[in-house]
Design a protein around this ligand. Sequence first.
Ligand code: NAD
Length: 501
Amino acid sequence: MEPDKCCESGCIPCERDSDGQEPLDLCNYIGGEFVCPMGDEWMNVLEPATGHRFARVPLSGEADVGDAVRAARMAQPAWGALSHSERADWLDRIADALEARYEEIATLESRDTGKPISLARDVDAQRSVSNFRFFAGMLREHEQEVFEMSSATNYVVNKPVGVGALITPWNLPLYLLSWKVAPAIGMGNTVVCKPSELTPMTADLLMRVIDEVDLPAGVVNLVHGDGVGAGAPLVAHSDVDLVSFTGGTATGEKVAASAAPVFKKLSLELGGKNASIVFADCDMDATVAGVVRAGFLNQGQVCLCGSRILVEESIYDGFRDRFVDAVEAMRVGDPSDEATDLGALISRQHLEKVQGYVELAKEEGGSLLSGGVPCMPAEFEHGNWMAPTVIEGLSPNSRCSTEEIFGPVVTLHPFSSEEEAVAIANNTRYGLAGSVWTGNLEKGKRVSEAIDTGMVWVNTWLHRDLRVPFGGVKDSGVGREGGKWSLGFFSEAMNVCVKHD
Ligand code: NAD
C-alpha cells in the first residue's frame, strides 16, 4: 500500500519529506501495509548536529505490537515452507533495492545519528547491503549435517523458530537491524522489528524497500516506539518465540527477565568497556592510527570501541604525546562535510551523561590531556558537540575506567608486564572485545587468549569477517550471532535418526 493511504483514517499524514521543511511522520509497517499507530502519541526525531526536529516517530503501544505479532504469525507457515534458496533470492532482492538507495541510506543515517557522512557511507550503508547479500550466500551454501553410525544415519533439520522480536539501538541503526533481519527471515522466521526511537529513519527506509520488492506481507513487520511502550510488550508477547536484542546491559537485564521464564530463545548483544593493549614493540605509526580509530569511531559510540588504552610503561610518554597529537588533529564538525572525522553525539541527554563522566574523572584524580567543547558555527549551536577527550592518571579501578561511557572519551593507563595488562583488561564487568598491538604475533595471540572477551583483534580493530562469531561474555551478553552462529540462533536444530535396514 502507498504510504499516504494510511491518512484515510484522518490521522497525521505520513508522506515522505526529504527537504526537511516539514517533519515527516513515520508509520508502522504491519502485514505489508504502512499503518498509523492506534494511539496518538508521537516523539520528535531530532538531528543531533543541529537539535532541529526533522521527523516524528509514533510511540506505539501494546495493541500495535499485538497486530504486528499477529501478522507475523499468520505469514510464518507459508514463509517457513520456502526453500533456503528461495528465501536467499528474496534477501538478494532486498540487497539490490537497498544498494540502489545507497546514498539515501548514508544521508539519512548521518542526519539521524549525527555521524560523519563518510562513515555512514563506508560503514552503515555498505554493511546494510552486504548483510543481506552475505546471508543469501550462506543460505545457498548451507548443507544439511549428517552423522553416520554403523547402525543408523542421523541428519539435522534446521527448522524456523517462529516469530522473532528484533530490537536495535541507535548507534548503527540499519547496520544492526539488517544483521538481524537477514538471517532471521533467511531461516524461515517472520519478524517484528523495534528500532531505536532516536534513530528510526533507515528502519523506515528498509520497510519501504521491503514493500517495493513485494516481500510477502507479514514476513517483516515494524513497530516504532520507545522501550517501555513498544519494546517491553513485544518481548513479553506470548506469541513471540525468540528475541534478538542489541542495546545496553541494563536494558538487556530487563529483556532477559521478561523472556527467560517462558523459555524464549534469547540473544543479547550488550555493552562493552574494551581495552586496547599497546606493547613497546608495536609499529608506532600504525598503532597510534589504529588506537585513535578504535577510540573515537562514530564519536566513540560503538560497542566495540577501545576506550581503555593500556600502554607498556617504557613507551608510555612517547605514545601518549603522539596519541594526543593525532586526537587533536581530528576534525569535529558538520556531519555532511566529507572532511569531518567526528560528528555530534546522539542526544542532549547522552551528551550530558558523557560529560558527567569527564567531571567524575577529574574527581577520581584524572588529568585531561585534550577535550572540551568544540567551537561550532551558529547553525550547530543547539547540537550535541564534544571534542575527543583523553584522560590519564586514573586508577584502573576507577568508575571512569571500568564503566561504559559510550562517547568520545578514552583513558590511558601504563602497565609493566603482560600479566598486568591482562589483569587490567579483565578488570571490568564487561567482556565484549579488545585489541592487542605488538610486533610479536605469538605474544599478541597469547595475550588475546588471556582476555575475557568474545573477540580480540591483533594489530587491527573492527576488521570484520561476517562468518566469525560475534558476541560477548560476562555482562556484555549471551549467545553469538554472525555466520553460522546466526543461522543456528535463528533456527531450531532437530535431529532425525533413521535406523539402517
Ligand atoms: P538501550 O538499551 O537504551 O536501547 C536499545 C533498544 O532497546 C531500543 O530500541 C530501546 O527502545 C529498546 N528498549 C529500551 N527498553 C526496553 C525494554 N524494557 N524492553 C525492550 N526493549 C527496550 O540502548 P541504546 O542506548 O539504544 O544503545 C547503546 C547501548 O547499546 C550501549 O550500551 C552499547 O554498548 C550497546 N550496543 C551493543 C552492541 C553489541 O553488539 N554488543 C552493538 C551496539 C550497541
